[in-house]
Design a protein around this ligand. Structure first.
Ligand SMILES: C[S@@+](CC[C@H](N)C(=O)[O-])C[C@H]1O[C@@H](n2cnc3c(N)ncnc32)[C@H](O)[C@@H]1O
Length: 231
């Protein structure tokens, strides 16, 4: 997979790219490219944004600047680009990211993520250049960079070879193995701490009983999340 992230702050991804599962994915042939809108602006003095028509606070990312960056990187009209590739605007009001969307994105060969800053995007960017609007939650961050990292993190760890133990991704919260429910509780040594004990079944060595207990725990947590007491 190749993920291209368009941002005004490519340096903010340095830490992210060094994380083990991301580094594994990149070493395994997946790609994460960072494109700075400012490097492609047709305006003088590196200008990328402007004041909003109609007044109001803040600065708005300009459509001509984003078009120039997309054209420079892909060599084609971004209006056509979104027909053959997911071009995703990160926006607080977009479709809220969940495990199903992550699976959907992880099945793509290529993704483009557009990070906004300040007041966000000129609406024509979203309307004409993007295929999706994605949010990482109903709150407002200062910029799209953290949101892009969340999307990349969740997507890259789904790719073969990213995790040290491939099984980790098979049986975790929201996976089919747990019927889409939350994960069961984990415990490790010491088996006793301040009188707090580990469930006996996990120490039994009986794999079938352990699997059954874990699934039951997951189901109970799912029921609690749904609020159906007693089920
Ligand atoms: C300060 S926000 C703009 C908020 C915008 N004025 C609004 O009220 O919806 C700047 C940028 O951060 C990113 N951003 C902020 N919160 C986000 C969220 N919850 N999910 C995805 N992106 C977010 C978007 O790229 C956005 O353009």
């Amino acid at each position: 997979m190749r993920i291209d992230v368009f941002t005004l702050f490519p340096g903010s991804f340095d830490w992210f790219a060094s994380q083990r599962h991301v580094a594994n994915a990149l070493a395994g042939g997946h790609e994460l490219a960072l494109v700075n809108y400012r490097d492609h602006t047709p305006l003088s003095a590196g200008q990328v944004d402007d004041t909003p028509f109609g007044g109001g606070a803040g600065m708005v990312l300009r459509v001509d600047v984003v078009e120039a960056a997309l054209r420079a990187h892909y060599g084609e009209d971004p209006v056509a680009l979104r027909e053959r590739r997911r071009v995703i605007a990160l926006q607080p009001s977009g479709r809220v990211l969940d495990d199903r969307i992550v699976d959907e994105l992880a099945a793509e060969d290529e993704l483009t993520l557009l990070c906004g800053r300040y007041e966000g995007f000129d609406e024509r960017i979203v309307e004409h250049f993007t295929s999706d609007r994605l949010s990482i939650g109903r709150y407002v961050l200062a910029g799209g960079e953290l949101a892009a990292m969340v999307v990349c993190d969740a997507v890259l760890r789904k790719l073969p070879g990213a995790l040290g133990h491939a099984e980790s991704a098979l049986e975790e919260s929201f996976s089919d193995a747990l019927e889409g429910g939350p994960e069961y509780p984990h415990y490790t040594r010491p088996a006793q701490w301040r009188g707090w004990e580990v469930p006996e079944v996990l120490l039994s060595g009986h794999h079938a009983r352990i699997a059954q207990w874990r699934l039951q725990q997951s189901r109970e947590r799912a029921a609690a999340d749904r609020g159906d007491a007693g089920s």
